[in-house]
Design a protein around this ligand. Structure first.
Ligand SMILES: Cc1cc2nc3c(=O)[nH]c(=O)nc-3n(C[C@H](O)[C@H](O)[C@H](O)COP(=O)(O)O)c2cc1C
Length: 369
Protein backbone atom coordinates (compact mmCIF):
# COMPACT_ATOMS: atom_id res chain seq x y z
CA UNK A 1 0.00 0.00 0.00
CA UNK A 2 1.24 3.51 -0.72
CA UNK A 3 1.99 5.79 2.19
CA UNK A 4 -0.67 8.43 2.87
CA UNK A 5 -0.18 11.38 0.55
CA UNK A 6 2.74 9.75 -1.18
CA UNK A 7 1.12 8.37 -4.31
CA UNK A 8 2.44 4.97 -5.20
CA UNK A 9 6.08 5.25 -4.43
CA UNK A 10 8.97 7.58 -3.97
CA UNK A 11 8.78 10.01 -6.89
CA UNK A 12 12.56 10.30 -7.04
CA UNK A 13 13.08 6.78 -8.23
CA UNK A 14 9.80 5.78 -9.79
CA UNK A 15 7.82 6.49 -12.90
CA UNK A 16 4.30 5.18 -13.02
CA UNK A 17 3.54 2.76 -15.78
CA UNK A 18 0.45 3.48 -17.91
CA UNK A 19 -1.63 0.72 -16.36
CA UNK A 20 -0.83 1.95 -12.83
CA UNK A 21 -2.87 5.07 -13.51
CA UNK A 22 -5.95 2.92 -13.88
CA UNK A 23 -5.55 1.50 -10.38
CA UNK A 24 -6.27 3.06 -7.02
CA UNK A 25 -4.27 6.05 -5.86
CA UNK A 26 -3.89 7.33 -2.33
CA UNK A 27 -4.43 11.02 -1.54
CA UNK A 28 -4.02 11.62 2.18
CA UNK A 29 -6.62 9.40 3.86
CA UNK A 30 -8.59 8.94 0.63
CA UNK A 31 -8.30 6.10 -1.84
CA UNK A 32 -9.16 7.32 -5.33
CA UNK A 33 -10.44 4.68 -7.78
CA UNK A 34 -7.84 5.70 -10.36
CA UNK A 35 -5.42 8.49 -11.26
CA UNK A 36 -7.39 10.12 -14.09
CA UNK A 37 -8.76 13.46 -12.93
CA UNK A 38 -11.24 15.91 -14.39
CA UNK A 39 -9.91 19.48 -14.25
CA UNK A 40 -11.78 22.24 -12.44
CA UNK A 41 -13.38 24.47 -15.08
CA UNK A 42 -15.54 27.37 -13.94
CA UNK A 43 -18.91 27.26 -15.65
CA UNK A 44 -18.35 23.68 -16.84
CA UNK A 45 -17.40 21.22 -14.11
CA UNK A 46 -20.39 21.77 -11.90
CA UNK A 47 -21.80 18.97 -9.76
CA UNK A 48 -23.83 17.28 -12.58
CA UNK A 49 -20.85 17.23 -14.92
CA UNK A 50 -18.42 16.03 -12.25
CA UNK A 51 -20.80 13.23 -11.31
CA UNK A 52 -21.08 12.11 -14.92
CA UNK A 53 -17.29 12.21 -15.42
CA UNK A 54 -16.84 10.08 -12.30
CA UNK A 55 -19.50 7.65 -13.52
CA UNK A 56 -17.65 7.37 -16.85
CA UNK A 57 -14.22 6.70 -15.45
CA UNK A 58 -12.73 9.79 -13.79
CA UNK A 59 -11.19 8.91 -10.45
CA UNK A 60 -11.31 12.40 -8.97
CA UNK A 61 -12.78 15.83 -9.57
CA UNK A 62 -12.17 19.24 -8.04
CA UNK A 63 -15.00 21.77 -7.86
CA UNK A 64 -14.95 24.96 -9.89
CA UNK A 65 -13.17 27.60 -7.84
CA UNK A 66 -15.13 29.35 -5.13
CA UNK A 67 -14.24 32.80 -3.95
CA UNK A 68 -12.65 33.42 -0.57
CA UNK A 69 -14.57 36.69 -0.24
CA UNK A 70 -17.00 36.29 2.68
CA UNK A 71 -19.47 38.78 1.18
CA UNK A 72 -19.94 36.50 -1.84
CA UNK A 73 -20.09 33.18 0.01
CA UNK A 74 -23.87 33.18 0.17
CA UNK A 75 -24.41 34.24 -3.44
CA UNK A 76 -26.43 31.88 -5.62
CA UNK A 77 -23.42 31.25 -7.85
CA UNK A 78 -21.13 30.33 -4.97
CA UNK A 79 -23.72 28.18 -3.23
CA UNK A 80 -24.36 26.25 -6.45
CA UNK A 81 -20.62 25.76 -6.83
CA UNK A 82 -20.48 24.45 -3.29
CA UNK A 83 -23.32 21.97 -3.91
CA UNK A 84 -21.97 18.41 -3.81
CA UNK A 85 -25.15 16.46 -3.12
CA UNK A 86 -24.98 12.92 -4.44
CA UNK A 87 -21.39 13.29 -5.62
CA UNK A 88 -19.07 10.40 -4.81
CA UNK A 89 -16.29 11.57 -2.47
CA UNK A 90 -13.79 12.73 -1.68
CA UNK A 91 -15.31 16.19 -2.05
CA UNK A 92 -12.58 18.57 -3.18
CA UNK A 93 -13.26 22.30 -3.16
CA UNK A 94 -11.00 24.78 -4.89
CA UNK A 95 -10.58 28.20 -3.31
CA UNK A 96 -9.20 31.35 -4.90
CA UNK A 97 -8.10 34.62 -3.40
CA UNK A 98 -5.22 36.90 -2.56
CA UNK A 99 -5.43 37.35 1.20
CA UNK A 100 -3.95 34.65 3.44
CA UNK A 101 -6.33 35.16 6.36
CA UNK A 102 -9.33 35.22 4.03
CA UNK A 103 -8.15 32.06 2.28
CA UNK A 104 -7.75 30.33 5.66
CA UNK A 105 -11.31 31.38 6.56
CA UNK A 106 -12.53 30.12 3.20
CA UNK A 107 -10.87 26.76 3.84
CA UNK A 108 -12.58 26.48 7.25
CA UNK A 109 -15.92 27.65 5.81
CA UNK A 110 -15.85 24.98 3.09
CA UNK A 111 -14.61 22.26 5.46
CA UNK A 112 -17.57 23.06 7.74
CA UNK A 113 -19.80 22.52 4.69
CA UNK A 114 -18.37 19.16 3.74
CA UNK A 115 -15.12 19.78 1.83
CA UNK A 116 -12.79 16.83 2.40
CA UNK A 117 -9.90 18.25 0.37
CA UNK A 118 -9.02 21.92 -0.19
CA UNK A 119 -7.33 22.89 -3.44
CA UNK A 120 -5.62 26.27 -3.78
CA UNK A 121 -6.00 27.90 -7.19
CA UNK A 122 -2.75 29.28 -8.58
CA UNK A 123 -3.57 28.26 -12.11
CA UNK A 124 -6.41 30.41 -13.30
CA UNK A 125 -5.32 33.11 -15.77
CA UNK A 126 -8.47 35.22 -15.40
CA UNK A 127 -7.50 38.86 -14.96
CA UNK A 128 -9.43 39.29 -11.80
CA UNK A 129 -10.49 36.71 -9.29
CA UNK A 130 -12.08 38.19 -6.18
CA UNK A 131 -11.59 41.73 -7.53
CA UNK A 132 -7.82 41.35 -7.32
CA UNK A 133 -5.13 39.57 -9.22
CA UNK A 134 -5.33 36.01 -7.93
CA UNK A 135 -5.09 32.53 -9.47
CA UNK A 136 -1.87 32.20 -11.46
CA UNK A 137 -1.03 35.87 -10.78
CA UNK A 138 -0.02 34.72 -7.29
CA UNK A 139 2.95 32.93 -8.81
CA UNK A 140 4.52 36.33 -9.43
CA UNK A 141 4.60 37.00 -5.71
CA UNK A 142 6.20 33.89 -4.20
CA UNK A 143 6.17 35.27 -0.64
CA UNK A 144 2.41 35.91 -0.77
CA UNK A 145 1.79 32.58 -2.50
CA UNK A 146 3.57 30.76 0.33
CA UNK A 147 1.89 32.85 3.00
CA UNK A 148 -1.43 31.68 1.55
CA UNK A 149 -0.27 28.06 1.42
CA UNK A 150 0.88 28.18 5.06
CA UNK A 151 -2.37 29.77 6.22
CA UNK A 152 -4.59 27.30 4.37
CA UNK A 153 -2.59 24.27 5.53
CA UNK A 154 -2.75 25.55 9.14
CA UNK A 155 -6.54 26.02 8.81
CA UNK A 156 -7.13 22.57 7.29
CA UNK A 157 -4.71 20.51 9.40
CA UNK A 158 -6.80 20.38 12.62
CA UNK A 159 -9.62 18.84 10.58
CA UNK A 160 -7.34 16.26 8.95
CA UNK A 161 -8.14 17.79 5.54
CA UNK A 162 -5.41 17.52 2.90
CA UNK A 163 -4.48 20.69 1.00
CA UNK A 164 -3.49 20.50 -2.65
CA UNK A 165 -2.22 23.16 -5.03
CA UNK A 166 -2.91 23.74 -8.72
CA UNK A 167 -0.57 26.03 -10.61
CA UNK A 168 0.94 26.88 -13.95
CA UNK A 169 4.61 26.52 -14.88
CA UNK A 170 5.21 30.13 -13.89
CA UNK A 171 4.38 33.72 -14.60
CA UNK A 172 6.13 34.05 -17.97
CA UNK A 173 8.68 32.20 -20.14
CA UNK A 174 11.57 33.77 -18.19
CA UNK A 175 9.90 33.20 -14.86
CA UNK A 176 9.07 29.50 -14.68
CA UNK A 177 9.13 29.32 -10.91
CA UNK A 178 6.76 26.37 -10.48
CA UNK A 179 9.62 24.10 -9.27
CA UNK A 180 10.54 26.61 -6.52
CA UNK A 181 6.92 26.97 -5.42
CA UNK A 182 6.45 23.19 -5.61
CA UNK A 183 9.33 22.50 -3.22
CA UNK A 184 8.21 25.19 -0.79
CA UNK A 185 4.60 23.99 -0.94
CA UNK A 186 5.68 20.42 -0.23
CA UNK A 187 7.71 21.62 2.76
CA UNK A 188 4.65 23.55 3.98
CA UNK A 189 2.53 20.41 3.98
CA UNK A 190 0.75 20.47 0.61
CA UNK A 191 -0.16 16.87 -0.27
CA UNK A 192 -0.47 17.00 -4.08
CA UNK A 193 0.53 19.35 -6.88
CA UNK A 194 -1.15 19.81 -10.24
CA UNK A 195 0.78 21.61 -12.95
CA UNK A 196 -0.78 22.99 -16.13
CA UNK A 197 2.11 23.16 -18.60
CA UNK A 198 1.66 26.80 -19.60
CA UNK A 199 2.74 30.09 -18.07
CA UNK A 200 0.25 32.70 -16.89
CA UNK A 201 1.35 34.91 -19.80
CA UNK A 202 0.42 32.22 -22.34
CA UNK A 203 -3.23 32.05 -21.29
CA UNK A 204 -4.41 29.13 -23.40
CA UNK A 205 -2.24 29.93 -26.42
CA UNK A 206 0.41 27.64 -27.85
CA UNK A 207 0.85 24.17 -26.48
CA UNK A 208 1.35 22.91 -22.98
CA UNK A 209 4.91 21.74 -22.27
CA UNK A 210 5.39 18.95 -19.80
CA UNK A 211 9.14 19.17 -19.19
CA UNK A 212 8.57 21.48 -16.21
CA UNK A 213 6.16 18.89 -14.79
CA UNK A 214 8.82 16.20 -15.30
CA UNK A 215 11.35 18.40 -13.50
CA UNK A 216 9.00 18.98 -10.57
CA UNK A 217 8.21 15.29 -10.42
CA UNK A 218 11.92 14.53 -10.11
CA UNK A 219 12.29 16.98 -7.19
CA UNK A 220 9.31 16.37 -4.90
CA UNK A 221 7.95 13.33 -3.12
CA UNK A 222 4.27 14.24 -3.06
CA UNK A 223 2.08 13.15 -6.00
CA UNK A 224 2.36 15.33 -9.11
CA UNK A 225 -0.49 15.65 -11.60
CA UNK A 226 0.24 16.60 -15.22
CA UNK A 227 -2.31 18.81 -16.96
CA UNK A 228 -2.65 20.57 -20.30
CA UNK A 229 -3.66 19.56 -23.81
CA UNK A 230 -4.32 15.90 -23.10
CA UNK A 231 -7.01 15.17 -25.66
CA UNK A 232 -6.66 11.48 -26.51
CA UNK A 233 -5.63 8.18 -24.93
CA UNK A 234 -2.37 8.26 -26.91
CA UNK A 235 -1.52 11.75 -25.65
CA UNK A 236 -2.29 10.60 -22.13
CA UNK A 237 0.25 7.80 -22.50
CA UNK A 238 2.83 10.17 -24.04
CA UNK A 239 2.46 12.79 -21.28
CA UNK A 240 2.73 10.08 -18.68
CA UNK A 241 5.89 8.69 -20.27
CA UNK A 242 7.39 12.17 -20.58
CA UNK A 243 6.65 13.25 -17.02
CA UNK A 244 6.38 10.12 -14.90
CA UNK A 245 3.44 11.93 -13.27
CA UNK A 246 1.36 10.21 -10.61
CA UNK A 247 -1.88 11.27 -12.24
CA UNK A 248 -3.25 13.02 -15.32
CA UNK A 249 -5.83 15.81 -15.34
CA UNK A 250 -8.07 16.43 -18.35
CA UNK A 251 -10.10 19.58 -18.88
CA UNK A 252 -11.36 20.83 -22.22
CA UNK A 253 -11.19 17.44 -23.94
CA UNK A 254 -13.83 16.19 -21.50
CA UNK A 255 -16.31 18.90 -22.50
CA UNK A 256 -19.09 17.07 -24.32
CA UNK A 257 -17.03 13.91 -24.04
CA UNK A 258 -17.11 12.76 -20.42
CA UNK A 259 -16.49 9.20 -21.58
CA UNK A 260 -12.88 10.19 -22.44
CA UNK A 261 -11.86 8.95 -18.98
CA UNK A 262 -12.91 5.40 -19.64
CA UNK A 263 -11.33 5.59 -23.11
CA UNK A 264 -8.01 6.66 -21.58
CA UNK A 265 -8.27 4.11 -18.77
CA UNK A 266 -8.94 1.30 -21.24
CA UNK A 267 -6.03 2.33 -23.46
CA UNK A 268 -3.59 2.68 -20.58
CA UNK A 269 -4.63 -0.69 -19.17
CA UNK A 270 -4.67 -2.68 -22.42
CA UNK A 271 -2.88 -0.68 -25.12
CA UNK A 272 -6.04 -0.91 -27.21
CA UNK A 273 -8.55 1.75 -28.17
CA UNK A 274 -12.15 1.43 -27.08
CA UNK A 275 -14.64 1.77 -29.92
CA UNK A 276 -16.57 5.08 -29.79
CA UNK A 277 -19.70 4.88 -27.64
CA UNK A 278 -22.99 3.98 -29.21
CA UNK A 279 -25.19 7.02 -29.93
CA UNK A 280 -28.03 5.59 -27.86
CA UNK A 281 -25.65 5.11 -24.95
CA UNK A 282 -24.58 8.76 -25.28
CA UNK A 283 -28.25 9.75 -25.44
CA UNK A 284 -28.83 8.04 -22.07
CA UNK A 285 -25.87 9.81 -20.43
CA UNK A 286 -26.93 13.13 -21.89
CA UNK A 287 -30.51 12.83 -20.67
CA UNK A 288 -29.26 11.97 -17.17
CA UNK A 289 -26.87 14.92 -17.35
CA UNK A 290 -29.71 17.28 -18.34
CA UNK A 291 -32.03 16.09 -15.56
CA UNK A 292 -29.28 16.61 -12.98
CA UNK A 293 -28.42 19.98 -14.53
CA UNK A 294 -32.02 21.23 -14.24
CA UNK A 295 -32.17 19.98 -10.65
CA UNK A 296 -29.17 22.17 -9.74
CA UNK A 297 -30.03 25.32 -11.73
CA UNK A 298 -33.81 25.20 -12.01
CA UNK A 299 -35.57 25.16 -15.38
CA UNK A 300 -35.05 28.75 -16.56
CA UNK A 301 -31.29 28.94 -15.99
CA UNK A 302 -30.75 25.21 -16.50
CA UNK A 303 -32.21 25.10 -20.03
CA UNK A 304 -30.04 28.02 -21.08
CA UNK A 305 -26.80 26.93 -19.41
CA UNK A 306 -27.23 23.37 -20.76
CA UNK A 307 -26.98 24.65 -24.35
CA UNK A 308 -23.19 24.87 -24.28
CA UNK A 309 -22.93 21.27 -23.04
CA UNK A 310 -25.31 20.12 -25.79
CA UNK A 311 -23.21 21.92 -28.39
CA UNK A 312 -20.05 20.21 -27.10
CA UNK A 313 -21.66 16.77 -27.08
CA UNK A 314 -22.70 16.91 -30.72
CA UNK A 315 -19.33 18.35 -31.66
CA UNK A 316 -17.69 15.31 -30.09
CA UNK A 317 -19.76 12.76 -32.02
CA UNK A 318 -19.39 11.29 -35.50
CA UNK A 319 -22.65 12.58 -36.98
CA UNK A 320 -24.01 12.91 -40.51
CA UNK A 321 -22.76 16.02 -42.34
CA UNK A 322 -24.38 19.22 -41.08
CA UNK A 323 -26.36 17.43 -38.36
CA UNK A 324 -24.58 19.07 -35.43
CA UNK A 325 -25.20 22.57 -36.80
CA UNK A 326 -28.91 21.89 -37.34
CA UNK A 327 -29.21 20.44 -33.84
CA UNK A 328 -27.46 23.42 -32.25
CA UNK A 329 -29.61 26.01 -34.00
CA UNK A 330 -32.76 24.20 -32.92
CA UNK A 331 -31.61 23.77 -29.32
CA UNK A 332 -30.87 27.49 -29.06
CA UNK A 333 -34.53 28.35 -29.70
CA UNK A 334 -35.98 26.06 -27.02
CA UNK A 335 -36.83 27.47 -23.62
CA UNK A 336 -38.36 24.61 -21.61
CA UNK A 337 -36.78 21.50 -20.15
CA UNK A 338 -39.43 19.31 -21.77
CA UNK A 339 -38.71 20.71 -25.23
CA UNK A 340 -34.94 20.37 -24.76
CA UNK A 341 -35.22 16.76 -23.61
CA UNK A 342 -37.61 15.96 -26.47
CA UNK A 343 -35.24 17.52 -29.01
CA UNK A 344 -32.33 15.42 -27.71
CA UNK A 345 -34.37 12.20 -27.84
CA UNK A 346 -35.66 12.92 -31.33
CA UNK A 347 -32.28 13.77 -32.84
CA UNK A 348 -30.32 10.97 -31.19
CA UNK A 349 -32.95 8.38 -32.20
CA UNK A 350 -32.85 9.63 -35.79
CA UNK A 351 -29.03 9.63 -35.92
CA UNK A 352 -28.86 6.17 -34.35
CA UNK A 353 -31.18 4.75 -36.98
CA UNK A 354 -29.39 6.46 -39.90
CA UNK A 355 -27.79 3.84 -42.17
CA UNK A 356 -24.27 5.17 -41.86
CA UNK A 357 -22.33 7.70 -39.84
CA UNK A 358 -20.72 9.68 -42.61
CA UNK A 359 -18.66 12.06 -40.49
CA UNK A 360 -15.75 11.58 -38.20
CA UNK A 361 -15.44 13.58 -35.02
CA UNK A 362 -12.57 15.49 -36.61
CA UNK A 363 -14.79 16.45 -39.61
CA UNK A 364 -17.39 17.62 -37.19
CA UNK A 365 -14.90 19.81 -35.31
CA UNK A 366 -13.71 21.37 -38.59
CA UNK A 367 -17.30 22.21 -39.48
CA UNK A 368 -17.93 23.75 -36.09
CA UNK A 369 -14.70 25.80 -36.11
C1 LIG B 1 -13.68 27.29 -19.14
C2 LIG B 1 -12.52 27.01 -18.25
C3 LIG B 1 -12.62 27.28 -16.89
C4 LIG B 1 -11.55 27.01 -16.03
N1 LIG B 1 -11.70 27.23 -14.69
C5 LIG B 1 -10.71 26.89 -13.83
C6 LIG B 1 -10.89 26.98 -12.42
O1 LIG B 1 -11.96 27.34 -11.91
N2 LIG B 1 -9.84 26.62 -11.63
C7 LIG B 1 -8.65 26.17 -12.14
O2 LIG B 1 -7.72 25.87 -11.40
N3 LIG B 1 -8.46 26.06 -13.48
C8 LIG B 1 -9.46 26.39 -14.32
N4 LIG B 1 -9.29 26.19 -15.66
C9 LIG B 1 -8.05 25.57 -16.15
C10 LIG B 1 -8.20 24.06 -16.28
O3 LIG B 1 -8.40 23.46 -15.02
C11 LIG B 1 -6.96 23.40 -16.93
O4 LIG B 1 -5.85 23.67 -16.13
C12 LIG B 1 -6.70 23.93 -18.35
O5 LIG B 1 -7.89 23.99 -19.11
C13 LIG B 1 -5.68 23.06 -19.09
O6 LIG B 1 -6.13 21.73 -19.19
P1 LIG B 1 -6.78 21.15 -20.57
O7 LIG B 1 -5.81 21.45 -21.68
O8 LIG B 1 -6.95 19.68 -20.32
O9 LIG B 1 -8.07 21.89 -20.78
C14 LIG B 1 -10.33 26.48 -16.54
C15 LIG B 1 -10.25 26.22 -17.91
C16 LIG B 1 -11.31 26.45 -18.76
C17 LIG B 1 -11.17 26.13 -20.22
Amino acid sequence: MPLPGRGFADARDSHRTPSELTRVMQLGPYTLPNALFVAPMAGVTDRPFRKLCKRLGAGYAVSEMVTSRPDLQDSLKTSRRADHSGEPGPIAVQIAGTDAAMMADAARYNIDRGAQIIDINMGCPAKKVCNKWAGSALMQDEALALEIVDAVVAAAAPHGVPVTLKMRTGWCADGKNAPTIALAAEAAGVMMLTVHGRTREQGYKGFAEHDTVAHIKSRVKIPVVANGDITSPQQARDVLQRTGADALMIGRAAQGRPWIFREIAHFLATGEELPPPDLLEVKGWLLDHLEDHYSLYGEFTGVRSARKHLGWYVQALPLPAGAAAVFRSRINTLTTAQAQLHCVREHFDAWASAPEQSMTREDNWKLAA
